[in-house]
Design a protein around this ligand. Structure first.
Ligand code: ATP
Ligand code: MG
Length: 294
C-alpha cells in the first residue's frame, strides 16, 4: 500500500502541488491531467527523486525516504524524458541498467530475455536502439523499469510518441503487468487509460480534483450532456450559455455537444470519459505555457 499524505510541493516560491492525499493498492491508476498540472512532480516524489515540501509518502506505513534502498528495490520508473544510448543494442542497454541497479549478471540475462519476450522485442534484442521506432523505444523503457520485478511501477507519459497501434499494444501489456502490482501512469490522452485504469486521478489547480473509477467519472455528466444540430450563427450563443465540449460540421448545420444543468429540447447523450476530461479542463490550455507569462 502506497500512500500520499497531505503532500504539498513548492519549487522556491511556486507551488506545484497542494495538499495531495492519495492511496494506491494493486492495479492500474491513471494520472490524467493537462500539461503543467504536476504529474511529473507527483511521480518524482513517489520515486524519491524530489521530496515533498510538506506532508509525507509512505509504503506499507513507512516513510519512503526512510525506507531508502529497501523501497527503491521494489520500485520501477520510466521517466518522461528517458535517456538511452543510441549506439547500444537493446540487450546491452538493459544489461547496463541492470548493472546500475546492482542485479546479478546471470539473473539479469535471463530476466532481460523474459522481458524482451513480454514486450514483443525478442527478435531485435541484438539491434541498435537507433534503429528502433518510438514505440519500440518505449517498450525498452518499460523493460528497464521492470528489471527488478517491481511492486510499484511508475510510468510518466509512457505512450508519448506512439502510434495508435502501438498504444493499443501498450494498453494490453499494462493490463497483464497490473495483476499483482501498483501501476501509476500519467497521460493527457484519455484513451490511453480508458477501460484499463481501476481509478483515474485528475489534478486541477494544483489539487487532486477526482480519484474515481470510470463509471463514477462518467456519472458526473449523467443527464447533463446533450447534442443538437444548430445553424452556424447560433454557435457563439451556445458557447456563452453552455459548456460546449465539441463541434462538428454536419450537412444541415453544426453538431454541438454540450453540458447543460437544465434539460431542453435536445438529444441527451451518454457521457464518455473524454467528455468528462474536456469538461473538467474546459478553460485550460497549456498550464506550463501560462506560467511563462506569470
Ligand atoms: N524544477 C522545477 N523548478 C520550478 N518549477 C518547476 C520545476 N519542475 C516543474 N515545475 C513547474 O511545476 C509545474 C508542474 O510541472 P510538472 O512537470 O510536474 O507538470 P506535468 O503535469 O508533468 O506537465 P507535462 O504534461 O508537461 O509533463 C509546472 O508549472 C512547472 O513549470
Ligand atoms: Mg510531466
Amino acid at each position: 500500500m502506497l500512500e500520499v499524505h497531505h503532500v504539498t510541493k513548492n519549487y522556491q516560491s511556486f507551488t506545484a502541488l497542494k495538499e495531495v492525499d492519495l492511496q494506491f493498492d494493486h492495479g492500474i491508476y491513471g494520472l490524467l491531467a493537462p500539461n503543467g498540472a504536476g504529474k511529473t512532480t507527483l511521480m518524482k516524489m513517489l520515486v524519491t527523486l524530489t521530496f515533498p515540501s510538506d506532508g509525507e509518502i509512505t509504503y506499507n506505513h513507512e516513510n519512503i525516504v526512510d525506507l531508502g534502498e529497501e523501497y527503491r528495490d521494489i520500485l520501477g520508473y520510466l521517466p518522461q524524458d528517458f535517456g538511452y544510448y543510441k549506439s547500444y543494442t537493446a540487450e546491452k542497454y538493459l544489461m547496463y541498467i541492470a548493472a546500475l541497479k546492482g542485479l546479478d549478471k546471470t539473473k539479469a540475462k535471463l530476466r532481460i530475455k523474459e522481458l524482451l519476450e513480454l514486450v514483443g522485442l525478442q527478435d531485435v534484442g541484438r539491434k541498435k536502439l537507433k534503429k528502433f521506432s518510438g514505440g519500440m523505444i518505449q517498450r525498452v523503457g518499460v523493460c528497464q523499469a521492470l528489471l527488478n520485478d517491481p511492486k510499484v511501477l511508475i510510468l510518466d507519459e509512457p505512450t508519448a510518441g506512439l502510434d495508435p497501434k502501438e498504444r493499443a499494444r501498450f494498453k494490453r501489456l499494462l493490463s497483464t503487468l497490473a495483476r499483482d502490482r501498483i501501476i501509476l501512469l500519467s497521460t493527457h490522452i484519455v484513451s490511453d487509460i480508458e477501460s484499463i485504469a481501476k481509478e483515474i486521478i485528475m489534478i486541477k489547480d494544483k489539487r487532486v480534483l477526482y480519484k474515481k473509477n470510470q463509471e463514477e467519472l462518467r456519472s458526473l455528466l449523467e443527464g447533463k450532456l446533450f447534442e443538437a444540430i444548430i445553424p452556424f450563427e447560433d454557435v457563439e450563443a451556445y458557447h456563452s450559455k453552455f459548456s460546449v465540449l465539441s463541434e462538428k460540421q454536419e450537412k444541415n448545420g453544426i453538431k454541438v455537444r454540450f453540458v447543460s444543468e437544465q434539460k431542453g429540447a435536445w438529444n441527451e447523450v451518454e457521457p464518455s470519459l473524454e467528455d468528462v476530461f474536456l469538461y473538467v479542463y474546459e478553460e485550460e490550455t497549456d498550464l506550463s505555457e501560462d506560467r511563462k507569462h506569470d
